[in-house]
Design a protein around this ligand. Structure first.
Ligand code: 13P
Length: 248
């Protein structure tokens, strides 16, 4: 039995003040939902204020990125210990926007996961194919490469996978429930063949998730939650998504 896991990736949105306003409205909306793990991933600069407001709530806090060195001369970067001290339990690693705009390779993703896990952070590892890769029937090859590179020499402890087809991110185009489930099933099979305890790993879907499509996605056997961008920016919309995932 895998507990549904719904996470908000706010990307480069919201000041600290806007983060606080969101949390003050959002937390009461989900206070009675205990059968879904809920996580907010604000920008680095809003994490501490979010953490203060979330101390008496079950809502989890995560970062959107982390560096793969413990400390030192890496101007502009943030280390795992800093995230832990600021109140994060999780970090998103390998988002397609990091891969595309910041040249993150599977090797870098693997280094980040290794250091973050060694410090005790839980990981949301993002993988997913582009439209061109899907249309040329290379989806499973691409996912195979991302999974083997990102998870090299790692166990699945503390790891959630987020399958985010790049063509569905911010486009309003969601994968159909069946398309998403088929790909999740491939990912689960890969994990089962290559690692221990694959059945307990949660696989989130990401890409234009909204209140209107969460229930259909969650009705699929291999979909354990969602990583939500745009529709997580408003408290009522994100609360509806969490509510839609409750009861699975
Ligand atoms: P959207 O929900 O805006 O499509 O973004 C998905 C995403 O990239 C979450 O990480």
């Amino acid at each position: 039995m895998r507990k549904p896991f719904i996470a908000a990736n706010w990307k480069m949105n919201k000041t600290s003040q806007e983060t606080e306003e969101f949390i003050r409205s959002f937390v009461p909306l989900v206070k009675d939902i205990t059968d879904v793990d809920i996580l907010l991933a604000p920008s680095f600069i809003s994490i501490e204020s979010a953490s203060r407001l979330l101390t008496s709530s079950d809502v989890l806090l995560g970062a959107q990125n982390v560096y793969h060195e413990e400390s030192g001369a890496f101007t502009g970067e943030i280390a795992p210990d800093m995230l832990l001290a600021a109140g994060c339990s999780h970090v998103i690693i390998g988002h397609s926007e990091r891969r595309e705009y910041f040249s993150e390779t599977d090797d870098v993703v693997n280094k980040k996961i290794k250091l973050a896990r060694s410090k005790g952070l839980d990981i949301i590892l993002c993988i997913g194919e582009s439209l061109e890769q899907r249309e040329s029937n290379r989806t499973f090859d691409v996912l195979n490469g991302q999974l083997s590179g990102s998870l090299a020499d790692l166990s699945l402890d503390g790891i959630t996978i987020a399958y985010e087809p790049i063509w569905a991110i911010g486009t309003g185009k969601t994968a159909t429930d069946e398309q998403a489930n088929e790909t999740h099933a491939f990912i689960r099979e890969w994990l089962g063949k290559n690692k221990k305890n694959a059945d307990s790993v949660r696989i989130q879907y990401g890409g234009s998730v909204k209140p209107e499509n969460i229930e259909g996605l969650m009705s699929q056997s291999e979909i354990d939650g969602a990583l939500v961008g745009g529709a997580s920016l408003k408290p009522d919309s994100f609360a509806k998504i969490v509510t839609g995932a409750s009861g699975k």
